[in-house]
Design a protein around this ligand. Structure first.
Ligand code: SAM
Length: 244
């Protein structure tokens, strides 16, 4: 019998999760950016800017962004560090194509390389990068620990890992309002703007199944990283984990 994992609140074969996640992102790719702005009231832009402030890079740095989607994080890095070399990767062709088109339209193509790649099996040599970033991606991995070990493998000694991801609100009353918003409003917004209620129901469920701040920190340390700390944003709705 195959091992099981979760896809939102459903239990699925581990061999099938990537396919289910793939279906979600093929479906939402077209309206992905609009939905991010609508659902987060634009706050995701601020969270990504804060991520960049923690990056410890310079114009000569080599950066890997995993699960890049429509390339928000590569765009920010490219605008700030015009000569840095940025590897933009995603497992999903629909999302990566949107990112690549955007880099051409919005003029940040010059220092970006695009590759279709899984964050759980990276097609890069050991010790290749000064910075690895993952924004709202690791939650969707089939095996998060394997992904973290891959990130450690491709980072250079003293390189920086930054993971931006939904996490657990720290205030009980706030978390109740957030739960209500997640399960009653977000799927409806998905239905209205992206014509896809189910994918946004998955979003709400996958957030609840994702390790909280401390659990993810421990996974990062177990994967071989040092100096791991996290920063809660918006009451812990989102956290940035940083490690060396
Ligand atoms: N980083 C972008 C952002 O912050 O807006 C996109 C985040 S989007 C919510 C999640 C992305 O993770 C999707 O583009 C999806 O295809 C990608 N993804 C899911 N599983 C992945 C995996 N195992 N390896 C690489 N990318 C993955």
């Amino acid at each position: 019998m195959n091992d099981k994992t979760h896809f939102g609140f459903q239990e699925v074969d581990v061999t099938k999760k990537a396919e289910h996640v793939g279906d979600v992102f093929h479906s939402v790719a077209e309206e992905y950016d609009l939905m991010n702005d609508v659902m987060s009231f634009g706050l995701h832009r601020l969270w990504k800017k804060i991520l960049l402030e923690l990056a410890e890079i310079n114009e000569n740095s080599i950066v890997l962004d995993i699960a890049s989607g429509t390339a928000d994080i590569p765009k920010l890095i490219s605008e700030e560090f015009k000569s840095a070399s940025i590897h933009v990767t995603d497992i999903n062709a629909s999302m990566l194509i949107k990112g690549r088109e955007r880099s051409l339209n919005e003029n940040f193509f010059h220092n970006c390389n695009f590759a279709l790649a899984s964050g759980e099996k990276l097609p890069y040599q050991d010790n290749s990068f000064d910075l690895v970033t993952v924004g709202f991606g690791i939650r969707n991995f089939t095996n998060k620990f394997n992904g973290l070990k891959e990130m450690k493998r491709v980072l250079r000694p003293n390189g920086t890992l930054l993971i931006l991801e939904f996490s657990k609100p720290t205030n009980y009353f706030f978390s109740k309002i957030y739960d209500w918003y997640s399960f009653n409003v977000i799927p409806k917004l998905g239905g209205f703007f992206a014509k896809d209620t189910e994918s946004y129901q998955y979003l709400a469920e996958s957030i609840r199944m994702h390790p909280d701040q401390e659990e993810l920190k421990n996974m990062i340390i177990d994967a071989g990283f040092e100096k791991c700390k996290f920063y809660n944003l918006q009451n812990g709705i989102v956290a940035i984990h940083k490690a060396k």
